[in-house]
Write a protein that binds this ligand. Structure first.
Ligand code: AMP
Length: 121
């Protein structure tokens, strides 16, 4: 999948404040908000504010500062949402085979109940 960023994607609109969001945590470089169509009692989306299309784009091209901020924010979400004790699942869809709908890198952080098998086809 191309790493060419499309500024019209819905998470870019959220970052520009053009559509509403339910913020969980916001930092200088990262934003976490609740998924509009939750698949579990806890369903948080974590995104970098930088223009990265997929997880591999972020892994290859994000700065040390962005990377540190992202994972520090991830740890805060696990703590604040009470997910550490019982566990959780993290998913990042990428490209066509991953059925990625929004082409701005995001982690789905899911928890609050037993989540079932990793894949349902
Ligand atoms: P993906 O298929 O991994 O790209 O998932 C995109 C996710 O974004 C889906 O789980 C959607 O429910 C979620 N989503 C789409 N629009 C919004 C929105 N405006 N606010 C919060 N979540 C959204």
């Amino acid at each position: 999948m191309s790493h060419t960023y499309d500024d019209s994607n819905i998470f870019a609109m959220i970052l520009r404040g053009e559509i509403p969001k339910s913020t969980v945590i916001e930092t200088d470089n990262s934003l976490a908000f609740r998924d509009i169509n939750p698949q579990a009692p806890v369903h948080v989306l974590l995104i970098p504010k930088g223009k990265y299309v997929t997880i591999d784009d972020f892994a290859a091209n994000a700065s040390a500062e962005e990377t540190h901020d992202f994972w520090a924010t991830f740890a805060s979400i696990i703590e604040r949402e009470g997910l550490r004790e019982k566990g959780f699942r993290v998913i990042s869809n990428a490209g066509d085979h991953g059925l990625q709908e929004v082409p701005h890198f995001h982690l789905h952080i899911l928890g609050g109940e037993v989540l079932g098998p990793i894949l349902a086809r």
